[in-house]
Write a protein that binds this ligand. Sequence first.
Ligand code: HEC
Length: 103
Amino acid sequence: MRRGALLLAALPLLAAAGDPAPVRQAELDYMLRQDCGSCHGMTMKGGLGAPLLPEFLQAKAPDALAEVVLDGIPGTPMPPWRGLLTADEARWMIDRLRRGLDQ
Ligand code: HEC
């Protein structure tokens, strides 16, 4: 019993630092397609919002893009997501978009 508890306690160390837990990753993935997709397109090819496909994001600094997600872009429909997302989660979503949602 005690050995099992120790093993569980060590599990989070196996994930890359800062990565959300797997269950949370599934939620964020869903959010990307549903919430972000409502403006950016379900396939991220753009709509009301800019395209978020890898080729459009490669040249931009990931940290700056994560800031956009957290703070939104004032004066445009892009809303701030701070409060719903942590900085690590915003960064994970950007990394996910830069890889391509279907990768
Ligand atoms: C209500 C519509 C709307 C929703 C929902 C929305 N966005 Fe946006 N987003 C926009 C618009 C519009 C822009 C472009 C603003 C401009 O520069 O004119 C934008 C810009 C961006 C940019 C900057 C793109 C670039 O090339 O610089 C990123 C990154 C981004 N959104 C990510 C997200 C993510 C991630 C979500 C979900 C958590 C999301 N957006 C949800 C409307 C939206």
